[in-house]
Write a protein that binds this ligand. Structure first.
Ligand code: ATP
Ligand code: MG
Length: 300
C-alpha cells in the first residue's frame, strides 16, 4: 500500500530564517506516527506545512494524495487537527462547539455521537471557559475527529495535563486509530512516544535525523543495557567471555555488567550454570529518552 503521507526534502523559511531545511519521511495508513525533537527543531512548522496551514518553500509533499500547497481546501475536509489552547471563546458551550465544527463538514458522525463517544455528555452544556484543562483537551480531540478524518494531527496534545489525564488522552488517541484514522503526533514526552507510536521521526536542527520504531531507535542509538546483581563470588571472569558483555564493574558485593543484545538472559544462564542464583538480578535497559539525549544532546 502506498504511504498516505509522503514528505521529500521539505523546506520552509520565515523570511531569511530557515525553520525546516530538509525533512523527509513517509507515514503509512493506520499508524500512529510520532515526531520528536527539541524546541525550535521545526516540528510544528513541518506539520503545519502538511496541513496546508503554511506554504512550504521547497520539496514535495503529498498528503492523502493532495499537494497541500495547491489543494488545501480539499485536504482540510479529510484531515482533523487539534486546536491550540484557548482557541475557543470562553462562553461557547461544549455542544455548540461540536455542532459548529460538525456543521462545517457534514460527512462525519452526528455531533451527539461524538459527544458521547468522547465522554463529554456530562459537560454538554458547560461553557468552554469553565472546563478543566483535561476536559478542554478532550474537547479539542473530539473537535479534531468530528469530521471522521482519515488523518489526524496532534501537536503536543498532552502538555499541561496531569498524569491521569495524560493516560486518559493516550486511550483517546488509540481510539482514534482503532476507529480507522492515521495519527501524526508531535510530542515532547518520551513515554508517550514509546507507548503510542508505531514509528518515530526524531527531528533535530531542521531535519529528520533518525526514524524507526522506538525499539529500533533504542537498539541503534542506545543499545547498551546494564545487568546488576550481588554476589560474594570473586571470580566472574567467565562473564567477560560472553559476546553480549562489554564491561564488568564491581563495588563490594554489587556487580554491574554492561553490554548489548540478550544480555540479561545470557548473564543469568551463565551465573546459574556456575552455581550463582542472585535474588536481586535486575536489568536496566536504555530508554527512548537516552536515544533522544544521544541524538540531540551533544552540542547543547
Ligand atoms: N511565524 C514564525 N515567524 C518566524 N519564525 C518562526 C515562526 N514560527 C516558527 N518560527 C521559528 O522556526 C523555528 C521552528 O519552529 P517550530 O515551531 O516549527 O519548532 P518546534 O519544533 O515545533 O518547537 P517546539 O518544540 O518548541 O514547539 C523556531 O526557531 C521558531 O522560532
Ligand atoms: Mg511546536
Amino acid at each position: 500500500m502506498a504511504p498516505i503521507v509522503e514528505v521529500e526534502h521539505l523546506a520552509k523559511s520565515y523570511g531569511s530564517f530557515v525553520a525546516v531545511e530538509d525533512v523527509s519521511f513517509t507515514v503509512e495508513e493506520g499508524e500512529i506516527f510520532g515526531i520528536l525533537g527539541p524546541n525550535g527543531a521545526g516540528k510544528t512548522t513541518t506539520v503545519e506545512c502538511l496541513q496546508g496551514l503554511r506554504r512550504a518553500d521547497g520539496g514535495n509533499v503529498q498528503v492523502l494524495g493532495h499537494d497541500p500547497r495547491h489543494e488545501a481546501s480539499q485536504l482540510r475536509r479529510r484531515i482533523g487537527s487539534q486546536l491550540q489552547e484557548s482557541a475557543l471563546p470562553d462562553r461557547m458551550k461544549v455542544w455548540e462547539a461540536l455542532e459548529l465544527f460538525s456543521s462545517l463538514i457534514p460527512q462525519g458522525p452526528s455531533w451527539e455521537t461524538v459527544l458521547e463517544q468522547w465522554g463529554l455528555s456530562e459537560k454538554r452544556d458547560a461553557k468552554f471557559g469553565s472546563l478543566s484543562g483535561g476536559q478542554q483537551q478532550r474537547l479539542f480531540i473530539a473537535l479534531a475527529v468530528v469530521n471522521a478524518p482519515e488523518l489526524v494531527f496532534l501537536d503536543e496534545m498532552t502538555t499541561g495535563l496531569d498524569p491521569t489525564s495524560r493516560r486518559a488522552t493516550w486511550g483517546l488517541i488509540r481510539q482514534i486509530r482503532d476507529n480507522g484514522s492515521t495519527v501524526i503526533l508531535v510530542t515532547h514526552f518520551m513515554d508517550e512516544a514509546e507507548a503510542l507510536c508505531d514509528r518515530i521521526a526524531v527531528v533535530d536542527d531542521k531535519r529528520v535525523v533518525a526514524l524507526d520504531t522506538s525499539e529500533g531507535l533504542i537498539q541503534d542509538y542506545a543499545g547498551e543495557s546494564e545487568v546488576t546483581f550481588s554476589t560474594d563470588c570473586a571470580d566472574l571472569s567467565y562473564l567477560l567471555r560472553l559476546d553480549e558483555v562489554d564491561r564488568l564493574e564491581r563495588q563490594g558485593r554489587r556487580v554491574t555488567v554492561t553490554g548489548t543484545g540478550a544480555l540479561l538472559a545470557r548473564v543469568a544462564a551463565e551465573l546459574v550454570g556456575n552455581g550463582i542464583v542472585p535474588p536481586d538480578l535486575e536489568v536496566k535497559r536504555a530508554s527512548l529518552e537516552d536515544v533522544f539525549l544521544t541524538i540531540t544532546g551533544e552540542e547543547r
